[in-house]
Design a binder for this molecule. Structure first.
Ligand code: G3H
Ligand code: 13P
Ligand code: ZN
Length: 341
């Protein structure tokens, strides 16, 4: 099966009440880890690349790796998504490289740091929707700004400023009407990276009520949670046991994500947990066998460690067992559906 439009996966997830993890990738081993987990569990998958990933791995390598993934796993529906597109040009170049979905993150200006106005966000997002939908490609927008600035994405907002940039449900309703996005990323108190919270987040910190209210107003829009790594203590402990120095830190508990899924969250972005798993596995090889120099000796356990995280999330979010039930729809069919309105 060719790469699947992301909208097809999200529609099926909505009809059947589950969520789909969107895992970030930068290289072959990460794609292999996700596909091995998906094959084992019969799970549909979203694989996403940030702008940094595209420049690290180069578009042509990434495109061919993704084509290898669908060739080797013909029964698994796979959507390829541009994560945090910073401009219509970035989104259009992803589409030209075969991506079946893109995020136009107009919540920030093209520098990926400065909070944008509502009008700017609508203007750039609407432009991407028009072009993407002509080609059957799915579009995710973002309204509100995530906290923090890890990984180069984000305005670095904390405290009252971060609270002021959480997604406003009434504005979300207007944004979806103004832009026609398929999916909407919402800011509810999460941030990218490993250092999200200094203690396990309570309802005061993680605003799940915002998700519930947006879902009430927009029952047909697929909601997206960014910064959704859970930062498991076990993974931090492995890193520290084998020479790492990561301070105590907390992520988004899986139970909170499951609560989000009950209220319309269909795409859950996970990158950091996989980075932690791979780093711990690699550190362990280096610490226990300092003479090792064959990259396969540390990339094999790193890939296996990432596969374990992917499997755990696929089971927790409910996408396991769903791949064979997802309808097959091409980009061309989706383009005709969008054209009919
Ligand atoms: O949005 C953040 C993702 O974790 C991607 O991060 O820009 O370092 O590839 P990156
Ligand atoms: P994490 O850093 O929590 O994995 O979030 C990843 C993300 O939101 C990518 O867009
Ligand atoms: Zn993100």
């Amino acid at each position: 099966m060719p790469l699947t439009p992301m909208r097809v996966l999200l529609d099926h997830a909505a009809e059947n009440g589950y969520g789909v993890a969107a895992f970030n990738v930068n290289n072959m081993e990460q794609i292999q880890a996700i596909m091995a987990a998906a094959e084992k569990l019969d799970a549909p998958v979203i694989i996403q690349a940030s702008r940094g990933a595209r420049s690290y791995s180069q578009d042509a390598y990434l495109r061919h790796l993704m084509l290898a993934a669908v060739e080797l796993h013909p029964r698994i529906p796979v959507a390829m998504h541009q994560d945090h597109g910073n401009s219509p040009e970035t989104c259009l170049s992803a589409i030209a490289h075969g991506y079946t979905s893109c995020m136009m993150d107009g919540s920030l200006m093209a520098d990926g740091k400065t909070p944008a106005t509502y009008e700017y966000n609508v203007e750039v997002t609407r432009r991407v929707v028009v072009e993407a939908h002509k080609r059957g490609v799915t579009v995710e927008g973002e309204l509100g700004c995530l906290g923090g600035i890890e990984d180069g994405h984000g305005a670095g907002l904390t405290g009252a400023e971060a609270l002021a940039h959480l997604t406003d449900p009434a504005q979300a309703e207007r944004f979806v009407a103004d832009t026609g996005v398929d999916a909407l990323a919402v800011a509810i108190g999460t941030s990218h990276g490993a250092y999200k919270f200094k203690q396990k987040p309570t309802g005061e910190v993680l605003k799940m009520d915002i998700i519930a209210e947006i879902h009430r107003r927009l029952p047909r829009t697929h909601l997206v949670m960014h910064g959704s790594s859970s930062v498991p203590k076990e993974l931090i402990d492995i890193i520290n046991e084998y020479g790492g120095k990561m301070p105590e830190t907390y992520g988004v508990p899986v139970e909170e994500i499951q609560e989000g899924i009950r209220h319309g969250v269909r795409k859950i972005n996970v990158d950091t947990d996989n980075r932690l798993a791979m780093t711990g596995a690699i550190r362990k090889v280096f610490a226990t066998n300092p003479g090792e120099f064959d990259p396969r000796a540390y990339l094999t356990p790193a890939r296996a460690a990432m596969q374990q995280v992917c499997e755990a999330r696929m089971i927790a979010f409910g996408q396991a067992g769903q791949a064979s039930k997802v309808p097959v729809r091409s980009l061309e069919e989706m383009a005709r559906t969008y054209a009919r309105g």
